[in-house]
Design a protein around this ligand. Sequence first.
Ligand code: CA
Ligand code: ZN
Length: 310
Amino acid sequence: MTSRFGTADHHLTREHHTQSFSSTHSPALRVSAGETIHVQTWDCYKGVIQTDADLIKDVDLAFVNPATGPIYIDGAEPGDTLSVTLIDIQPEERGVARLGVGEGQLHDKVKAPYGRFFSVIDGIVSMNETVSFPAVPMLGVIGVAPESGEIATMPAGKHGGNLDNNMNCKGSIVHLPVKHKGALLGMGDMHASMGDGEICGTGVEIAGDVLIKVDVIKGITTDFPVTETADSWITHGVAVEDLTLAIKLACEEAAGLLVNHWGFTYEDAFIFLSVAGDLGIAQSVHPSSGTVIAKMRVPKIAACPKPFKI
Ligand code: CA
Ligand code: ZN
């Protein structure tokens, strides 16, 4: 089918979405490994913030972060990795960022609720007449059905979900641990730009179109999703209101991959990550309750050119 990207094998409109990740959801689309899919996504507010008056409205959290999907990938089975290549991410032309009452690192310094619209034209995000910067479109939410139960699209976890890693951008591959047949992939919460930590709780929230390719790596899995870029691979750690634990989990996943796939001793992995890796914060919207996400960037060098040896 023809999309704004040209030809894709499949096309999934945003009318097909869920507010949670669960193995009980019926697939909206069934595809084969190696195929491309044009996925249309809502902004995280499902389009309800349109006017200045809307900026200060209460938002029903039950409808935040709709994830387009689920997409069933033939051949994906528990114990495999689903590799989602983000071939292209094209936001629409208008996004929004907001301050919520009691949310984010500077919540005690500001008047909230408050918000503002951004224009996103020709790859440039404009906040006002003087502040503009390049767009780096990314997906806040990307995940698969979790091992057990139903997990809302608001938190992050081992299944992915609201990972809010700004490295989940055009050209990256997001490797997700498959827990159920077909994986049941969903995505949304596009940002035209989002800084490390997303300190106020929003990026430039925007709707848009994503072109992805899905592949299955048989018999390889990780604890949390792993992102791969042209020059790095990045592990994640997620914990509820505990950044210290999230950091430890991201470091442990990176060390585990260096040891299990690339033959490092644990001691040398520890030292290598310290001297050449970059620890970062994907999301920390203190003091809001919920998950915080750490990331560990490992440079692609000859000794560890990919996250997995396959
Ligand atoms: Ca998010
Ligand atoms: Zn968002």
